[in-house]
Ligand binder design. Structure first.
Ligand code: DOR
Length: 440
């Protein structure tokens, strides 16, 4: 008899939880992985995927995205962003609080969770944003992956940059604090210094490496003072990585974006303001140091910082052009292409984009292919190269900094909770993800 809750994946190269590959079958029942074996005989299955030639990885968990809903839906919304996720093999995301209204209260968090339950094809979690005034909300908000602090590159109430404002947040409560570490006072000073320059390349000079290092040092100092769980978002410079190499307490983690690994300041010449983001792209010597820090475990995992803006907004002259670039539907192929080129292994990519994220954010049952784990999976094709094409993008902003890049490792199937949400270019928009849980 057919069982609608059963899915059998046949003859995939399966990345096992020990980091090794195994050619075999995976049985999924009721949304969970129930068996992994070389040949599973199952009579009651309703669906079979022939995965010959494909590689099965845990679904990507992207721990830093800006999906713009509510309030900025003209750039992106939770539905379009989750479609982009499904196409990119991203089965869960953690979203940032700079929406309108800001996600700084329990009510705003509840509203996002409700919206996501109605429109997201993949699993979701949300940060609560720190202001100088919402300490009680930061301590009690639930469920949330953590507190987001914009130490720099923000305006309005989410900008929390002085030590006096930051200290009470680190001193009260125990949940994870994730920081966008840039020194706002320094940025303001340097903005004045470079006023009138419209070449977007100046962005990397204004928000320079020292601005990033200063803020990272301050966050680390406060984290050490209170032994407070700290995560450093989108670490962008070699000097920060080397600083952490010398002094990184066991309760501190750091992430890097694919764009800070594979792009540098040369990109301004080619794609202008499309390369503008915060923290900015760095000079070519930085990515090399970031790669080494990632391979050495100084940097723990990868996030895209998917931050879409319309092409019309990006076409404005610097500094009116907004910072940010989309990333969820290219991050896995970008990283797997790097693996195929020998910069790292496929197993490392999967650790950085799934296993280590689930561990750091204490998301139960995700990030590994193992019996008992949730069936959030992606089957990728590591044999074919295809370019990033604007017309195929799902993100509402409709562009990518990687257009024209010839990549491998494109998802062929994406599976969320045992359901196929993306198959060979087609999305199943009837599927809904679930709210992520976080062990606190
Ligand atoms: O470039 C960026 N843009 N970096 C961020 O951290 C925020 C983002 C946005 O929301 O546009």
């Amino acid at each position: 008899m057919s069982n609608p809750n059963t899915l059998l994946i046949r003859q995939a190269q399966i990345l096992l939880s020990d980091g090794h590959f195994f050619l075999g079958d995976v049985l999924i029942q009721g949304g969970q992985i129930t068996q992994i074996a070389s040949n599973i005989l199952c009579s009651e299955h309703s669906s079979i995927i022939d995965a010959s030639g494909l590689t099965l990885l845990p679904g990507v968990i992207d721990p830093q995205v800006h999906f713009r809903e509510p309030g900025l839906e003209y750039k992106e919304d939770l539905h379009t962003a989750s479609c982009a996720c499904a196409k990119g093999g991203v089965t869960s995301f953690l979203e940032m609080p700079n929406t309108r209204p800001l996600t700084t209260t329990q009510a705003a968090l509840d509203d996002k969770l409700q919206r996501a339950s109605e429109k997201c094809l993949v699993n979701y979690g949300f940060f609560i944003g720190a202001t100088a005034e919402n300490l009680p909300d930061l301590v009690t908000a639930h469920p949330t992956c953590g507190i987001k602090i914009f130490m720099g590159s923000m305006h309005g109430p989410l900008q929390v940059s002085t030590e006096a404002e930051l200290e009470p947040i680190f001193a009260n409560g125990t949940r994870l604090i994730a920081v966008h570490a840039e020194d706002q006072a320094r940025i303001i000073e340097r903005r004045k210094q470079y006023e009138g320059i419209t070449d977007p390349a100046i962005h990397s000079m204004i928000q320079d490496e020292t601005a990033a290092l200063n803020a990272t040092k301050l966050a680390l100092k406060l984290s050490k003072k209170y032994q407070r769980r700290l995560h450093i978002l989108h670490l962008s410079t070699g000097i920060e990585a080397e600083f952490l190499r010398e002094d990184k307490p066991s309760w501190v983690t750091a992430e890097v974006t694919p764009q800070h690994l594979v792009l540098n300041t040369d990109a301004y010449e080619k794609i202008g303001t499309l390369a503008q983001m915060n923290p900015p792209l760095r000079s070519p010597d930085n990515p090399k140091i970031l790669w080494q820090a990632l391979r050495d475990g100084i940097i723990d995992f990868i996030a895209t910082d998917h931050a879409p803006h319309t092409l019309a907004e990006k076409a404005q002259t610097y500094p009116s052009s907004p910072s940010g670039m989309p990333g969820v539907e290219t991050s896995l192929p970008i990283m797997l292409t790097q693996a195929m080129q020998g910069n790292c292994t496929v197993s490392q990519v999967s650790n950085w984009m799934s296993t280590a994220v689930a561990k750091a954010y204490q998301i139960p049952n995700k990030g590994l292919i193992q019996a008992g784990y949730d069936a959030d999976l992606v089957l990728v094709d590591l044999n074919t190269y295809r370019p990033v094409l604007r017309e195929e993008l799902q993100t509402k902003c409709g562009w990518s900094p990687f257009e024209g890049w010839n990549l491998t490792g494109w998802p062929v199937y994406t599976i969320v909770g045992g359901q196929v949400v993306y198959e060979k270019g087609k999305l199943n928009t009837d599927i809904r993800g679930k709210a992520l849980r976080f062990r606190e």
